[in-house]
Design a protein around this ligand. Sequence first.
Ligand code: HEC
Length: 136
Amino acid sequence: MRKLILAIILLAIGAIVLSACGGGGGAAGPGDVARGKALYNKSTLGKKSTEGCVTCHKYDESEGKAEKAPYTKGTGTRAATRVPGMSAEEYLKESLFKPDAYVVENYNKGDMYQKWSEDLSPQEIADLIAYLLSEK
Ligand code: HEC
């Protein structure tokens, strides 16, 4: 019985450690919508000053056609239904870490910048995801 309890405690600790890392390495606090929005709207982003999200992603039709990337508006809602069995949060994480795992219709593999997971900190990624989740 003791062993069982110990095993459950160890599993719980493991789960906490894993979720804190979020796959990005290093610990990140909870995502912040306002910080994420500010990051998303910067013209350059990350360690290498790569062109930021909004250089490709327009907010909605009022800014013109979605030629380079899907509109930002509605991303949180679409994220929940893109891949069966994947939550909106999981999908958004995958979109940043492995953009080619699921490629949105009418776009091509490699269109989205592939190295955000290297250029951004785990906290920045958490903030961006929090912001996109709020864009229903
Ligand atoms: C070089 C252009 C480009 C940049 C810069 C870019 N994206 Fe994208 N993004 C795309 C394209 C093209 C797609 C659609 C193809 C795909 O699914 O990979 C996409 C898809 C996405 C999706 C999935 C959208 C959906 O409707 O399913 C998310 C989320 C996303 N990008 C977030 C971001 C964030 C956050 C940033 C900034 C850190 C960013 N993108 C920067 C081009 C870009």
